[in-house]
Write a new protein. Structure first.
Length: 287
């Protein structure tokens, strides 16, 4: 496995791989690798014969007061995990490689970024789409792999790729959960033992929504109220949003009669957590 730190070397190495006719997979990460990332790498290995993992804590997607400074960074550990998983290249640039000057060009996907996480994290998705566009241009992969836990991010990136005619397929892999249902996240390590127990209420709320839908409820206000009641069982949980939206355009809906994204975001103590399920009335299982 090669650890590459510069854009020029990444382009040279991966350019030769593409010239040789090999299929390139990209798994973009911010490091702090966990089982969710490993599932993306596994999927990449099944679909392609050359795997690139990017590790870059992107400063432009963090807002004022967010956890940029304390976001977990352990390149040595992450690189070893990638090596053991069969990754071919880890591209881990420093910020001055990706942003040598103050950016003057941004990628902004309108319509999909104003609600959900975009409402409380102003500028977040502009940073995400811009850095992803840069990484896509540098790596020039055939397929990029993302996790369903970051549902809004995936929908936004997929639309950006389509609108900009980027020759890249986006593959979405299921959310990986711990045995008790908690969605695996790099930010889980911030939680105290008590907060960790409280965090289980996110998935419990989503499960309650699914149970009610299976029982015939289609009213989004009623479903949202039930989820809010579950989250309200802990005074340490402060909801950012509890929403049910169209899974394609992310607009709020009143009744579930199409594929819907049920999404929650909360503060558990000082830690922001998100989770979601996709509801498709033609399919019995959550995604």
């Amino acid at each position: 496995m090669q650890l590459i730190k510069t854009i020029d070397e990444a382009r040279r190495v991966i350019g030769q791989v593409r010239y040789d006719g090999r299929k390139v997979a990209l798994v973009p990460t911010m490091g702090a690798l966990h089982a969710g990332h490993m599932s993306l790498i596994q999927a990449a290995g099944q679909a392609c014969d050359f795997i690139v993992v990017t590790i870059f804590v992107n400063p432009t997607q963090f807002g004022a007061g967010e956890d940029l400074g304390k976001y977990p960074r352990d390149l040595e550990r992450a690189s070893e995990m990638c090596r053991l998983a069969g990754v071919d290249v880890v591209f881990a640039p420093d910020p001055d490689q990706m942003y040598p000057d103050e950016p003057m060009t941004w990628v902004n996907v309108e319509g999909l970024t104003e609600g959900l996480c975009g409402e409380s994290r102003q500028g977040h998705f502009r940073g995400v789409t811009t850095v992803c566009a840069k990484l896509f241009n540098i790596i020039r992969a055939d397929i990029a792999f993302f996790g369903q836990k970051d549902a809004q991010q995936v929908i936004v990136i997929d639309r950006m790729v389509a609108d900009l005619n980027i020759p890249l397929k986006i593959v979405v892999c299921p959310t990986v959960r711990q045995p008790d249902g908690l969605a695996i996240s790099s930010r889980n390590q911030y939680l105290s033992p008590e907060e960790r127990k409280d965090a289980l209420l996110l998935y419990a709320a989503l499960q309650e929504c699914r149970r009610m839908i299976d029982g015939g409820c289609r009213s989004c206000p009623e479903l949202i109220g039930a989820m809010q009641k579950v989250l309200g069982q802990s005074p340490r949980i402060v909801p950012d949003y509890v929403s049910i939206v169209d899974a394609e355009n992310l607009k709020n809906i009143e009744t579930i009669d199409q594929t819907a994204l049920v999404a929650v975001a909360v503060m558990v103590g000082a830690t922001r957590l998100i989770d979601n399920i996709i509801v498709d009335l033609n399919k019995p299982d959550d995604i």
